[in-house]
Design a binder for this molecule. Structure first.
Ligand SMILES: CC(C)(COP(=O)(O)OP(=O)(O)OC[C@H]1O[C@@H](n2cnc3c(N)ncnc32)[C@H](O)[C@@H]1OP(=O)(O)O)[C@@H](O)C(=O)NCCC(=O)NCCS
Length: 191
C-alpha cells in the first residue's frame, strides 16, 4: 500500500442506498442532480447530494485518483509510487458495504464531482473533481458531514488550508503513515 486512506471496515454487501435521503443537516438530498452554479441559484450553493451505492465504487475510485494525483503528486510522485487502482477500488467496495459509514456524492453529466465518506466520529475520505476546486462545492459538502475528527497528510497543503478555514484545528497528534514513503499525517478536530 503506498497511498493514504486505505481502510478495511467490515460490512455486508451490497449496502442499502436510495435516491432520496435526509442528510445530517436535515436537508433533503435528491437523486442525481447537477450541482447548481451560484448564478443559477441566486448566489446560494444549494448542492444536491445522494448516498452512494455499490455501483459508485469505480466512479469514487476514479475521482479520488484524479484529485490525489494533483493534490499529492509531491508526496507520491507517480513514477515512484504508481497509483494502486485495485487496492483503492477494493477499499471503496468495503467502505460502501460498511453500515456505519455514509458516503455522499454529487455528480454531473460527466460523472461524480465530489464525495465525502464519514462515520459518526471521523471524516474518512473527501475529494472534489479538480475542475470544481475553489467552486464552493467542497465547503457545501462539508456542511453535510457530522464528523469532528479527521486525519490529513502534513504535506497536503491545500486540504489543510481548506479545513482550517472551516474551523478545523490540529490536535497536536501526528504519526507517520504505515506505507512508503511514510509521510506524516496530522489529526484534526473541529472546534
Ligand atoms: C481538499 C479539497 C476537497 C478542498 O476543496 P477545494 O475546492 O480545493 O477547496 P477550496 O478551493 O475551497 O479551498 C482550499 C484552499 O485552496 C486555496 N485555493 C483556492 N483556489 C486556489 C487556486 N486556484 N490555486 C491555488 N490555491 C487555491 C485557497 O488557499 C483555499 O483556502 P483559502 O480559502 O484560505 O484561500 C480538494 O482540494 C481535493 O479534492 N483535494 C484532493 C483530495 C484531498 O486532499 N482530500 C482531503 C484528504 S484529507
Amino acid at each position: 500500500m503506498s497511498w493514504p486512506g486505505l481502510v478495511s471496515p467490515e460490512g455486508d454487501w451490497p449496502p442499502e442506498g436510495g435516491p432520496l435521503i435526509l442528510t445530517h443537516s436535515g436537508r433533503l438530498a435528491q437523486e442525481v442532480g447537477r450541482f447548481p452554479s451560484p448564478a443559477t441559484t441566486g448566489g446560494s450553493m444549494a448542492a444536491m447530494f445522494r448516498r452512494a451505492t455499490g455501483s459508485d465504487a469505480v466512479g469514487l475510485r476514479d475521482l479520488e485518483k484524479a484529485a490525489n494525483l494533483v493534490a499529492l503528486a509531491h508526496v507520491f510522485p507517480p513514477e515512484q509510487h504508481p497509483y494502486p487502482d485495485q487496492l483503492v477500488l477494493d477499499r471503496w467496495r468495503e467502505v460502501l458495504a460498511d453500515p456505519d459509514v455514509t458516503t455522499l456524492v454529487s455528480e454531473d453529466d460527466e460523472g461524480l464531482t465530489a464525495f465525502a465518506a464519514f462515520d459518526e466520529d471521523t471524516l474518512l475520505h473527501l475529494a472534489v473533481r479538480t475542475n470544481q476546486w475553489a467552486s464552493g462545492l467542497a465547503r457545501t459538502l462539508m456542511a453535510e458531514v457530522p464528523s469532528t475528527r479527521l486525519w490529513c497528510l502534513a504535506e497536503n497543503h491545500r486540504a489543510r488550508r481548506f479545513y482550517e478555514r472551516l474551523g478545523w484545528r490540529p490536535t497536536g497528534k501526528e504519526e507517520p503513515e504505515t506505507f512508503v514513503p511514510f509521510p506524516v499525517r496530522l489529526e484534526y478536530e473541529l472546534r
